[in-house]
Design a protein around this ligand. Structure first.
Ligand SMILES: Cc1ncc(COP(=O)(O)O)c(C=O)c1O
Length: 422
């Protein structure tokens, strides 16, 4: 979900006219955004990056992962969660998700071994992981928690924002996220030491530009520094975020309330870990069988979680093939320190997750839906469910249009009622 209007165009134009496109200017856009976003999340530091993938890598480097370490990641996430682990030289260990389609705390507990160093809860589709359980397990076993909040921009768990609960968090601002600068990302943490290490991972030369002596031992890293164009756009996007999220929450609530009557048909909501605080980007239903889920989406063409083509471990080719780096000598799967790690995968290793994911249908919300469009979604869910549960023939199911995103509605200077700048 993204909304972009004239304010972003003007903010970017201002930066271009100023000629100051490089960050580290006094009162620059990146610096301003980092301060504002840290305050928004309730953490002491955020650091901008070129992408969510880079933010994840920097977060993992910051906590000190490396060869010999195993990192627990969920069976359902974008491949970057796994590849970011590999960039540190550590090995991703894939564990099941539960019916919330986020990492299953009991699977985490069962998967902890002598090499385990960290857990990566991924707030998939903006829905919260069971953070109380994960933090408790991590504390008991002395593990680091890296929140992958790339899909959870603006959402939270029991009143705390995603990215502020674990040791460190990572966000994506790519084109599909709740805030966007085309591409982009950020690391968040309240641990000063981790923040310094993350900044070094993002820009190993930042000491030179900022004149800051960060008091950490510097190390070499790739460059993942953001530009002022990104910072400028994100400063506007941040003004829109809460309005968008509350509009999506309102739509989700309306859909959830209205489709509660389909419970007796057998249509059940997926269990959610923090339904009042997540991004509300989707209303998810867990059908009794994969076949019923397929029948549902044939009528109302929404997505089955297990069929997106890229968000399930069975689709992460490089990982499954053990190609963890471009050069074989740098491949963590070949590294002698990883000899004692669990390094092999099989397509059926998380069969329970595949079953859940292939039964989960996700109906997207949108902040700009009119009442009539939300009513059309509710109608479509009902007819799709009736077909899925064999109460209606597919030919008799008539779906209604649910509208197309109109970014102009959100121009903050215009008549938009969402995301007004404060
Ligand atoms: C869960 C998750 N992690 C990481 C990423 C990587 O973010 P980016 O595409 O900005 O590199 C994404 C992107 O879609 C994601 O969904």
């Amino acid at each position: 979900m993204y909304v972009v209007g004239d304010e972003e165009i003007e903010a970017i134009a201002r930066v271009i006219r100023s000629g100051k496109l490089f960050r580290y200017e006094d009162d620059g856009e990146c610096e301003r955004f980092e301060k504002r976003y840290a305050e928004y999340l309730g953490v002491s530091d955020t650091a901008l990056t070129v992408s969510g993938t880079y933010a994840l890598s920097a977060a993992m480097i910051a906590v000190g992962l490396g060869p010999g370490d195993e990192v627990l990641i969920p069976a359902h996430t974008y491949m970057a969660t796994a590849t970011a682990v590999l960039t540190t030289g550590a090995i991703p260990v894939i564990v099941d998700v539960d019916e919330s389609i986020t990492i299953d705390p009991s699977a985490v507990e069962a998967a902890i071994g002598p090499r385990t160093k960290a857990i990566v809860p991924v707030h998939m589709w903006g829905a919260a992981c069971n953070m109380n359980a994960i933090m408790e397990i991590a504390a008991r076993h002395g593990l680091k928690v890296i929140e992958d909040a790339c899909q959870g921009v603006g959402g939270g768990y029991e009143g705390r924002k995603f990215g502020s609960i674990g040791d460190i968090g990572a966000f994506s601002f790519n084109y599909y996220k709740n805030m966007t600068s085309g591409e982009g990302g950020a690391v968040s943490t309240s641990d000063k030491e981790l923040a310094k290490r993350a900044r070094c991972a993002i820009d190993p030369c930042h000491f030179y530009w900022t004149g800051r002596e960060d008091g950490i031992e510097p190390f070499a890293g790739n460059g993942g520094r953001a530009s002022e164009l990104q910072g400028a756009m994100l400063n506007v996007q941040l003004d829109r975020l809460d309005g968008m999220i509350s509009a999506m929450r309102a739509e989700k609530k309306k859909i959830v309330d209205a489709t509660g009557r389909l419970n007796n048909l057998g249509l059940k909501l997926s269990p959610m870990n923090s339904p009042d605080y997540d991004c509300a980007a989707h209303v998810m239903y867990l059908l009794p069988s994969a076949e019923q889920a397929s029948r549902f989406v044939k009528v109302f063409p929404v997505v089955i979680a297990g069929k997106t083509g890229r968000h399930t471990y069975t689709e992460w080719d490089q990982v499954l093939m053990g190609i963890g780096a471009a050069h074989p000598a740098m491949n963590p799967y070949n590294h002698p320190d990883n000899a004692g790690c669990r390094r092999t995968y099989a397509k059926d290793m998380c069969a329970g997750s595949l079953d859940i994911l292939n039964r989960t249908v996700m109906v997207p919300t949108r902040p700009d839906h009119s009442e009539a469009e939300t009513d059309a979604i509710i109608h479509n869910i009902e007819v799709a469910a009736r077909v899925a549960f064999g109460e209606m023939e597919a030919d008799a199911a008539e779906v209604r249009p649910t509208g197309a995103l109109d970014p102009k509605k959100f121009d903050m200077a215009g008549s938009g009622d969402i995301g007004l700048a404060s």
